[in-house]
Design a protein around this ligand. Structure first.
Ligand SMILES: N[C@@H](CCC(=O)N[C@@H](CS)C(=O)NCC(=O)O)C(=O)O
Length: 188
């Protein structure tokens, strides 16, 4: 039995849409922020963060949009919300989610500027700003792949460079810091 606690117009819509896309029966429980439904002791027992969404699976609560979408995609794998039998393609999903979350950060700033300060500068510059970040994420992904994968035509010089790159990474604090910064997300 699946029960979804959601609020119209909030990030819980992503889960709501996924459930409809899958076509599975679920019990929908609309929550009102105005009435502080998310702050009631009963709801806090399910989701101590006091946020929506929460998906209750046979009595067990699961929170966080990304985790719930991941669960639904795995459980209803025939709907192919995630690619099947392809680990690398599978990994692109959380990568895309992380990237989208970063873009939303810029977008929310731009929308706030627009409505609070009546300035469209943030919206006008949004694509350029978001794309610059996307390309840095693509660069990082390309760099990790070029260091860690074995390529059929990479031997001799290319293979030695890969090893040197790896050696530098594990022996230099600066190189490790750069990897960490890119891995968890570049600063805004
Ligand atoms: N990291 C959480 C964020 C959830 C979240 O921020 N939900 C908002 C709605 S978009 C909420 O419930 N806010 C209630 C409140 O702040 O009172 C997730 O991904 O599920």
């Amino acid at each position: 039995m699946l029960t979804l606690y959601f609020a119209p117009g909030s990030s819980s819509m992503a889960v709501h849409i996924a459930l409809h896309e899958i076509g599975v029966a679920f019990d929908g429980r609309p929550m009102s922020f105005k009435n502080n439904d998310v702050g009631s002791p009963g709801y806090l027992a399910l989701n101590p963060e006091g946020k929506v969404p929460t998906l209750v699976i046979d009595g067990r609560p699961l929170t966080e949009v990304a985790a719930i979408l991941f669960y639904l995609a795995k459980r209803f794998s025939d709907t192919e919300l995630l690619p099947r039998d392809d680990i690398e393609a599978d990994a692109q999903a959380p990568r895309g989610l992380n990237l989208a979350a970063s873009d939303v950060h810029y977008l929310s700033q731009a929308l706030r500027e627009y409505y609070d300060e009546k300035s469209s500068a943030g919206i006008d510059g949004y694509s350029e700003k978001a794309l610059a970040r996307v390309w840095k994420a693509v660069r990082f992904s390309w760099w990790m792949t070029s260091m860690l994968h074995r390529f059929p035509d990479t031997e001799g010089f290319g293979a030695r460079i890969q090893l040197a790159e790896l050696d530098y990474l594990v022996s230099s604090k600066a190189a490790s810091a750069s990897l960490s910064e890119n891995y968890v997300g570049l600063p805004y």
